[in-house]
Design a protein. Structure first.
Length: 219
C-alpha cells in the first residue's frame, strides 16, 4: 500500500511540475508574441525615419549640410513623439514593450548627440560617421530581434553591420551606396512589412471578434 501511494504522489508531483513548466513556456511565448505585435505597431516610425534619413542626406548634398541633419532629425523626433503619444494613449503597456521602447529611445538620444557633436565639432569623417550610425542601428535591431525571436529584424541588424563594414573598408561612394541601401531595406521595406503585418493581424482579430459575437447571438 505504502509504495503504491508513494509512487502515486511522485507521479502527481512530476505531472504538476511538467504542467507548470508548460504553463511558463506558454506565458513566455505569449509575452514574445505580444512584444512582436507591439513592435509591429511601430512600423510607421521605421518608414518615417527612413524618409527622414533620405531627406537629410539630399539636403546636405544639395543644400546646407550644417543644418540639414539637426533640423530633419528634430522634426522627425517631434512627429514621432506626437503620434506615439496619440496612438499609445489608453493602451496597456507590457514589460517587454517598455524594454523595447527603452532600447529605441536610448538609440535615438545616442544618434542625436553623436550627429550634433560630430557635425559642429568638425570631426565628421563620412566613413566613421556612417559606420557608427550603422553599428548602433544594427545593435538596436539585434537587441529587439533576439528578445522577440524575430529573424526578419535580425536580418536588418546584419544589413546595418554590413553597411558599417563597407563604410570603413570601402570608398566614399561605396560607403554612401551601402548606407542608402541599408536605409531602404531596414527602414522602408521592413517598416512597410511591419505595417502590413499589423493590418493583417488587426483584420484577423476583428474577424474572430465578429464570429464570437455572431455565435453569442445565435446561442
Amino acid at each position: 500500500m505504502f509504495p503504491e501511494s508513494l509512487e502515486r504522489i511522485v507521479a502527481m508531483s512530476a505531472f504538476e511540475q511538467e504542467q507548470e513548466l508548460k504553463d511558463r513556456l506558454s506565458l513566455i511565448e505569449t509575452m514574445i508574441a505580444e512584444g512582436r505585435q507591439t513592435t509591429e505597431s511601430w512600423g510607421w516610425t521605421f518608414v518615417l525615419w527612413g524618409v527622414a534619413y533620405y531627406v537629410a542626406i539630399a539636403w546636405s548634398v544639395w543644400g546646407n549640410p550644417a543644418i540639414a541633419w539637426p533640423v530633419t532629425m528634430i522634426t522627425a523626433g517631434l512627429i514621432t513623439a506626437l503620434v506615439a503619444m496619440r496612438r499609445s494613449s489608453g493602451r496597456p503597456a507590457t514589460s517587454l514593450g517598455r524594454s523595447m521602447a527603452a532600447v529605441w529611445i536610448s538609440l535615438g538620444i545616442s544618434l542625436f548627440l553623436f550627429g550634433i557633436c560630430s557635425g559642429f565639432s568638425g570631426h565628421s569623417d563620412q566613413h566613421v560617421v556612417i559606420a557608427v550610425i550603422a553599428t548602433m542601428l544594427g545593435m538596436a535591431n539585434a537587441t529587439s530581434s533576439l528578445s522577440l525571436r524575430w529573424k526578419p529584424q535580425f536580418a536588418c541588424a546584419v544589413v546595418w553591420w554590413a553597411a558599417a563594414v563597407v563604410s570603413l573598408f570601402g570608398t566614399v561612394n561605396q560607403s554612401t551606396i551601402g548606407f542608402l541601401v541599408a536605409i531602404f531595406l531596414c527602414q522602408i521595406v521592413f517598416g512597410s512589412y511591419m505595417m502590413v503585418s499589423e493590418a493583417r493581424e488587426r483584420r484577423t482579430n476583428e474577424s474572430k471578434s465578429g464570429e464570437n459575437k455572431s455565435g453569442e447571438l445565435h446561442a
